[in-house]
Design a protein around this ligand. Structure first.
Ligand code: KMH
Ligand code: ZN
Length: 280
């Protein structure tokens, strides 16, 4: 393929909130719409081009409320040029049927986890019929899925999705390795490289994130192997030993700095759209 900004630059995804941390324990976690918008703006300025969103309700609890999702997609689009990705993973307590309704909010992109995984003491359910339905509905609604791979078996399940349903909307196939979840693949270079080696030929780009302590080692491994990056308080709340993240843009800025040092500076939002095949 021809070298392009997409091949040489770095897509930086920010996952600012997630569904797991409690606002009471981490007041700096962006949970209100205003905080999410401020976060989106600051992270875009720091080098992010894609935002992976989970929303919270007025009590800061995870929610898949359709109205809130629509409002957030609209507001982030108005405030930034970021590619807007909604989580269809939600929290481990969200019913599968409700997770499918996320597409009604018409995001640019949606996450699609390629299999069930143990998730700490919980189970993050992604049975085949759910994955398959989400894949087809995303194709029909022209939403670009990002395939979340928590385990090596998930890489093989992506093969099955592609064989069964063809390419996703837009024709690109972007995957994100989520390493270091207790129950999934560890946040090590060796595990990441095993996953990369197994990727189907149709995959056009991949990123990686390390949960918790694996955050920096996985970032370095991904960059050196030609991958893209995901950072954010959903995945990691410690900036360095003894210092919590105060704002998501600190994580984005550090990722951008490292990527730039390695001659792979952050992609613009426009280049990210081209890389992922999302609608203009
Ligand atoms: N909150 C996790 C159970 C996704 O966003 O698609 C699932 C998750 C993956 O965060
Ligand atoms: Zn998520």
């Amino acid at each position: 393929t021809t070298p392009s900004a997409g091949a040489t630059g770095t897509l930086i995804t920010v996952a600012p909130t997630g569904a797991e941390h409690a606002k009471a324990d981490l007041p700096q976690l962006p949970t209100t719409l205003e905080e999410v918008i401020d976060t989106a703006r600051r992270c875009e300025a720091a080098g992010a081009s894609l935002i992976h969103l989970h929303l919270r309700d007025a009590e800061h609890r995870p929610t898949l409320d359709a109205g809130l999702l629509r409002e957030a997609v609209r507001a982030v689009r108005e405030a930034t040029d970021l590619v807007v990705q909604l989580s269809t993973g939600g929290s481990v307590h969200d019913p599968l049927e409700q997770r499918l309704t996320v597409l009604d909010a018409e995001p640019d992109s949606c996450s699609l986890t390629c299999g069930t995984t143990n998730f700490g003491d919980d189970v993050f359910l992604n049975p085949w019929p759910f994955m398959s339905a989400l894949y087809v509905q995303a194709q029909e609604r022209e939403v670009v899925p990002e395939f979340e791979l928590f385990d090596l078996g998930h890489v093989h399940a992506l093969r099955r999705l592609l064989d069964t349903h063809g390419l996703p909307f837009g024709g690109a196939v972007h995957v994100d390795f989520v390493t270091g979840v207790p129950g999934g693949m560890p946040a090590t270079t060796a595990a990441l490289m095993a996953g990369v080696a197994m990727l189907p030929a149709e995959v056009t780009s991949w990123s990686a994130t390390g949960i918790g302590r694996g955050h920096l080692p996985v970032m370095a491994a991904a960059l050196s192997a030609g991958g893209h990056l995901r950072v954010g308080m959903e995945d990691n709340v410690v900036l360095r030993r003894g210092r919590l993240v105060e704002h998501n843009d600190e994580l984005v800025a550090r990722a951008a700095e490292l990527a730039t040092l390695l001659q792979r500076p952050p992609l613009s939002c426009e280049d990210a759209r081209g890389l992922l095949g999302v609608k203009d």
